[in-house]
Design a protein around this ligand. Structure first.
Ligand code: HEM
Length: 249
């Protein structure tokens, strides 16, 4: 049976309207989409490189975190296991929360990714406090000295820097009056961005150190997995850096 024709059956109408909930690329707004083209026998294929770099970052961070969680789930349960479990969450959230800002182009995407960034960094903040508390109390209960290994030392510094970075970022966004108003706060975003990359680098360095601690190596000793994950994130993050956004002047 053929359905009666009505005025809504207009085949010239697009299936997807210019909906406001979908990311829009405004022609008046400058975009920084970098396209890479690869020559194939049937012609050249264009890639949106910022998307390729963000995929690389996501897969690398997921590989690292899921390997830690695989180790945590395969050993007999003891309280300390929450340390690597929560710190893997820190690494995943902090990495994803930074990558999402890199690929934002339009105003709408920037707003949406800032919200995602806040959520990811809030989870990072809570997880790092939890992860630090676990390892600290675990050692204290065993009457062991604190911050003796290189991982423990860089872990303490990384922990403190994550706290400072999150509190500073949240102040700029939520209480711009503290630094003299919204315009001044926005002008300080670039410093937050630069210190953010530094903290992210330290998070990865510290986490890599954790994978080389005696206990971790006794459970899982495949350095190449950690290096592959870190390498993917390094290439993806450096590739996705928009040098214009990093300019301090
Ligand atoms: C950003 C991530 C991480 C931070 C900030 C961090 C922080 C710390 C700190 C501060 C300590 C020393 C605690 C004390 O001496 O009281 C520690 C110990 C330890 N962490 Fe982590 N950690 C992180 C990731 C990891 C990961 C991913 C693993 C394992 C895969 C791990 C495994 C260990 C082990 C086995 C110890 C005890 C041995 C030692 O002190 O070196 N950590 N961590």
């Amino acid at each position: 049976m053929v359905s009666p024709k009505n005025s809504e059956d207009n085949i010239a109408q697009p299936l997807i309207e210019n909906n406001s909930f979908l990311p829009q690329y405004s022609s008046t707004e400058p975009t920084n989409v970098t396209n890479g083209s690869v020559l194939t026998p049937t012609g050249s294929i264009n890639f949106n490189m910022s998307f390729v770099f963000s995929l690389l970052v996501s897969f690398g961070a997921l590989l690292f975190a899921s390997t830690v969680w695989y180790i945590a789930s395969s050993v007999d349960y003891f309280f300390f296991i929450w340390h690597p479990t929560l710190m893997a969450m820190v690494l995943l959230m902090a990495t994803q929360g930074s990558a999402v800002l890199q690929k934002a182009e339009s105003r709408q995407e920037k707003d949406a990714s800032l919200n995602f960034h806040k959520l990811m960094q809030s989870i990072t903040f809570l997880s790092v406090i939890g992860g630090f508390y676990v390892t600290y109390t675990f050692k204290a209960e065993g009457n062991k000295e604190h911050f003796t290994s290189p991982h423990g030392k860089s872990g303490l510094i990384t922990f403190l820097l994550i706290l400072i970075q999150t509190i500073a970022g949240s102040t700029l966004v939520n209480f711009p009056g503290v630094v003299g108003g919204a315009a001044k706060a926005r002008g300080m975003y670039k410093y937050h961005r630069i210190s953010g990359y530094l903290v992210l680098f330290l998070v990865w360095l510290t986490a890599l150190g954790g994978t080389q601690a005696d206990w971790t190596k006794s459970q899982f000793d495949h350095l190449w997995v950690w290096l592959l994950a870190a390498g993917m994130v390094l290439v993806g993050t450096i590739g996705g850096i928009n040098s214009n956004k990093l300019k301090v002047r």
